[in-house]
Each structure stands twice: as structure tokens, then as C-alpha cells.
Write a protein that binds this ligand. Structure first.
Ligand code: NAP
Length: 297
């Protein structure tokens, strides 16, 4: 397939592009700087600029753009940027898709399990309603912007990504140092469910969804092996053969990270990969132990 990827320089994007190319797909990337070679196409999502001709004839567009959610405290300015970087990119792509001839028939757009918000032990699948709070509202708006592409006849798949585990970036990389030093442990009560997925399964699931013309709308990209913060700490400690019982109290995490702590670390979302399972996707890392084995070794 001929696939255009945005946000390709990021943690998920760089692994996805490499995986798609390895499996024989022709991938071009959208870049916000001068292109370095013919596989790169220039766009300016903040200004809404993308030549529709760049997308003409592509089989799919994969949109991963957005300022990092976890790289700094959510000040009002940062919140504006988190929102605009996602909405501007998505709207620019949807508009260009509508103007392309022939138009790409598929948009695969990133979203997050943050859509569901803080829901305790409630089992959540793709049919569950959105939660409350900044992140849930942002995901809802982001998904609505992507779904505009259906008006032009495209199939739209919304990737509700859980915490992506891989090397070279993401949450696991940040957790590894304290856990290796034996000072890792559960966060807050430790009872909150953390939806997660190994990066290999992000690549595998996207490839699966590219080929499943009957699947559209939200798809939870989370592993079936659910984990609470406490279970996650235990599994990581066991894998590294280190104690992992040092709790990080909720107040301390809030003090350090502000509102982001509640949305990303203290919230509980017990999310099932219902669409991936019913559409026959076979997980490469269904349980945390599998993911740690592949990623950490
Ligand atoms: N990693 C996770 O655990 C996780 C979980 C849930 C959802 N997601 C979502 O999945 C997507 C990809 O995640 P990721 O971890 O790969 O993110 P990432 O490493 O932060 O990469 C995102 C990419 O977006 C582009 N970008 C950065 N700032 C931007 C801005 N201000 N305006 C427009 N584009 C900007 C950059 O690509 P270019 O410079 O190439 O344009 C960047 O490489 C994100 O939208 C993220 O919210 C990720």
C-alpha cells in the first residue's frame, strides 16, 4: 500500500514507518521543515497548509501529530498547544484529503484511551461513552475532526492508544531508571487500571486495520492483559529482579506534575481491545511479561 504518515518523527511514528517499510509498504512522511529526500512531503499544519496533490493516489493517511501530552505541566498555554496541534493537523489533513484526486480512501487517526477518563473498575470498550476532563474532551474533539473525513467517503479509524511501551521513548523508558535502582513502585493507591500496549502491537494493529475494510470508528489499541499501577510495578520489578514496593503518593505526584498527574497516572481506565479481538487481531505481547521480555530483554 501507498501510505502517508504524519508525526513520523515521533516515538510511535518512527517505529511505525520503519515497520511498514519493512513489510513492503511505500511510505511517504509529512514534515514541518524542508524535505530531506523524495519520501518527505512538506506541510504546515498550524497554518492549515498541505497541497492536496501530495495525498493523491495514497491508499491511506496515518495521522500521529500532536505536541507531547506528557512533556510538561499543563499550563493554559500548553493546553492550547496540546489541543491546537492535534485539531489543526487533523483538519488540515481532512481538507487536503477531500481535495485530492483520487482521494485517499482511509484515514487512520491517533486518539487515546484518555477518551474514557477516570472510570474506576468499569469495563470499557469502544461503545462506552466519553469521560470527563481536559484529556477526554480533547480526544472527543480530535476524533470528531477526524470523522469529518467520512463526509468525503473515506473510512476513518480512530486509534484509542493506551500507554505505548517501547524502547527509545515513551512512558516505560522514563520508568526504567527508578525501577532499575530499586526505588520504583505503584503510584497513588496503585488500584487504578493503566491501559497499555507494546509498540510492536501498535505496528501490528495498524497493519491489521489497514487491511480490514469492514472496521471503522474507534479501536482501542490496548493489550488484553490488563494491569493496575500496582500490577505494573510488580511485573516490572519481577522482570528486572528488583524490589518495586516504593509507593509514589498521589499528593507528591500531583505536586510535581499538576493536573497531568490526575489524567495520566492517577486515573483508572479499564479498557478492553474489543474491536481488535473480534476482528481477529493476534497480539504479539498480550501480557506485560511478553512486552518487557521483548523491549527490555
Ligand atoms: N506514546 C503514547 O503512549 C501515546 C498514548 C496515547 C496517545 N498517543 C498519541 O499518539 C500520537 C503519537 O504519539 P508519540 O508518542 O509518537 O508522540 P511524540 O513522540 O510526541 O510525536 C508526535 C509528533 O507530532 C509532531 N509534533 C510535535 N509537536 C507538534 C506541534 N506543536 N504541532 C504539530 N505537530 C507536532 C512531531 O512530528 P513532526 O515533527 O514529524 O511533525 C512529533 O514527532 C500523539 O498524537 C499522541 O498523543 C500516544
Amino acid at each position: 500500500m501507498k501510505i502517508i504518515v504524519s508525526g513520523a518523527s515521533g516515538f510511535v511514528g518512527s517505529t511505525l514507518v520503519a515497520g511498514l517499510r519493512r513489510h513492503g509498504h511505500e511510505v511517504a512522511t509529512l514534515v514541518r521543515r524542508a524535505p530531506a529526500d523524495p519520501t518527505e512531503l512538506r506541510w504546515d499544519p498550524a497554518a492549515g497548509e498541505l497541497d492536496p496533490a501530495a495525498l493523491a493516489g495514497a491508499d491511506a493517511v496515518v495521522n500521529l501529530n500532536g505536541r507531547s501530552i506528557s512533556s510538561g505541566r499543563w499550563t493554559p498555554n500548553i493546553k492550547d498547544e496540546l489541543r491546537s496541534s492535534r485539531l489543526d493537523s487533523t483538519r488540515t489533513l481532512v481538507r487536503a484529503m477531500a481535495g485530492a484526486d483520487p482521494a485517499p480512501p482511509l484515514l487512520v487517526n491517533a486518539s487515546a484511551t484518555g477518551f474514557y477518563g477516570d472510570r474506576g473498575d468499569e469495563p470499557l470498550d469502544e461503545s462506552s461513552p466519553p469521560g470527563r476532563g481536559f484529556l477526554a474532551e480533547l480526544c472527543r474533539e480530535w476524533e470528531a475532526a477526524a470523522l469529518e473525513a467520512t463526509t468525503g467517503g473515506a473510512r476513518v479509524v480512530l486509534l484509542r492508544l493506551g500507554m505505548v511501551l517501547g524502547s527509545g521513548g515513551g512512558a516505560l523508558e522514563r520508568m526504567l531508571t527508578p525501577f532499575k535502582l530499586g526505588v520504583g513502585g505503584p503510584i497513588g493507591s496503585g488500584r487504578q487500571f493503566w491501559p497499555w500496549i507494546a509498540i510492536d502491537d501498535v505496528v501490528g494493529a495498524v497493519e491489521h486495520l489497514l487491511g480490514r475494510g469492514d472496521v471503522e470508528g474507534p479501536v482501542n489499541l490496548v493489550a488484553p492483559g490488563e494491569a493496575t499501577s500496582r500490577g505494573f510495578a510488580r511485573a516490572l520489578g519481577e522482570h528486572l529482579d528488583r524490589p518495586a514496593v516504593m509507593p509514589a503518593p498521589a499528593f507528591a505526584v500531583r505536586l510535581g506534575l499538576g493536573e497531568m498527574a490526575d489524567a495520566l497516572l492517577l486515573a483508572s481506565s479499564r479498557v478492553r481491545p474489543a474491536v481488535l479481538e473480534t476482528s481477529g487481531y493476534r497480539f504479539r505481547a498480550p501480557a506485560l511479561a511478553d512486552a518487557f521480555h521483548t523491549i527490555i530483554g
